[in-house]
Design a protein around this ligand. Structure first.
Ligand code: SF4
Length: 350
């Protein structure tokens, strides 16, 4: 049976109309549903009684439930969300440091990941399946409930959890349409970021979709030889083609991209590599996030990584800033519950 998360206002209106009810009820029903983080008390709605019965018989409240909740000492909360269609994914809520009434959510787009990035736990057991749009929306609602329970508002969403969003783009885009639909409570597209390891065709499709969400590109190295050691997908799309696609995305959407760069000791952390990163990005307006590596044990290749010494990372950062890039270290959040970047799925595996 489908759940309310499997509908948008138009498809629910169609179902209601086909059953002889006013399509206008659809917006009221989904507004209540999304406004209450995925809970709906049909008895409190002023809708015809037979419609209530029909909704109960035909549409479930949810197709997922929170199986585990892990709270970090820094306020980050990781949820293990069990899916009725099989499997489980992790979703993370990170309270915003500067504005305590807000929180950011990180959602998964696939169970597992086929990309094989050597510093990431999500890929260690390979790829299981794509999530459908409703399963992605349900993660957002679980995170919204978690935020509201701590008197916060879920204000931003990043697609940086398990999986490569660009390889499940139709479902990711439909989920974005549902959570950002102006007819129901949700999240502005200005506050949504889709991350990719560099699937060029996906970047172009998202650029042309009109969704105008933010793009984060996981570059992690400025040259192909280094990047290919840690990201197998670099054999399909090299650094130059990814940077070109990022330029195109910025040109079409006007959004300033985020360049993600996980710092690995002795691999991608030299001053020469910082200068090369500046060179390949050219005059691009971009935010660069340097992410000190979060430990996951041996990677897919068996290699064990560690974060570079702080002094070296600071030098790297300074070179980027001297070149007038907006560059920052990403604050490590939730690493004590394996909720930090690259660590998702670690607790499921262990
Ligand atoms: S970093 Fe992203 S694309 Fe790479 S393996 Fe992990 S989840 Fe997949």
């Amino acid at each position: 049976m489908p759940a309310f998360t499997d509908f948008n206002v138009d498809s629910l209106a169609e179902l209601l109309a086909a059953e002889g009810y006013r399509p206008a009820h659809a917006q009221a029903i989904l507004s209540l549903f999304h406004g209450q983080c995925g809970m709906i008390d049909l008895d409190k709605m002023s809708i015809p009684k037979p419609l209530r019965t029909l909704l109960r018989e035909r549409i479930a409240e949810r197709r997922s439930r929170v199986l585990l909740r892990n709270a970090s000492r820094d306020g980050t909360v990781k949820l293990l969300v069990g899916l009725q269609s099989g499997g489980a994914v992790e979703s993370v809520l990170m309270p915003t440091v500067v504005r305590s009434e807000r929180a950011a959510g990180c959602v998964s787009s696939q169970i597992g990941c086929a990309m094989g990035c050597d510093f990431c736990a999500s890929t260690k057991n390979g790829f299981e399946r794509n999530l459908d749009a409703g399963e992605i929306v349900e993660q957002v609602l679980h995170l919204g409930k978690e935020a509201s329970d701590s008197q916060r508002r879920l204000a931003t969403i990043v697609f940086m959890g398990m999986g490569e969003p660009m390889l499940n783009l139709p479902n990711v885009m439909e989920a974005i349409r549902r959570i950002s639909d102006r007819r129901t409570p949700g999240i502005s597209r200005r506050s949504i970021t889709v991350s990719t390891v560099g699937i060029v065709t996906g970047i172009d499709t998202l650029a042309d979709s009109g969704l105008n969400v933010h793009l984060a590109v996981s570059l992690h190295a400025p040259d192909d030889a280094t990047r290919a050691k840690i990201i197998p997908m670099n054999r399909r799309w090299d650094v130059a083609s990814i940077v070109e696609a990022t330029h195109r995305y910025q040109g079409i959407t006007g959004r300033v991209p985020v360049i993600e760069y996980t710092m690995l000791d002795g691999l991608n952390d030299t001053e020469d590599q910082a200068h090369l990163l500046v060179k390949i990005l050219g005059g691009m307006r971009a935010h660069i996030n340097l992410i000190p590596y979060n430990s996951i044990g041996p990677g897919v290749s068996g290699a064990v990584y560690q974060a570079p010494p702080m002094e070296r990372m600071e030098k790297f950062l300074q070179i980027l800033r001297d070149a007038k890039f907006s560059a920052h270290f990403r604050v490590t959040r939730g690493d004590d519950v394996n909720a930090a970047c690259g660590q998702l799925r670690l607790s499921v595996l262990s």
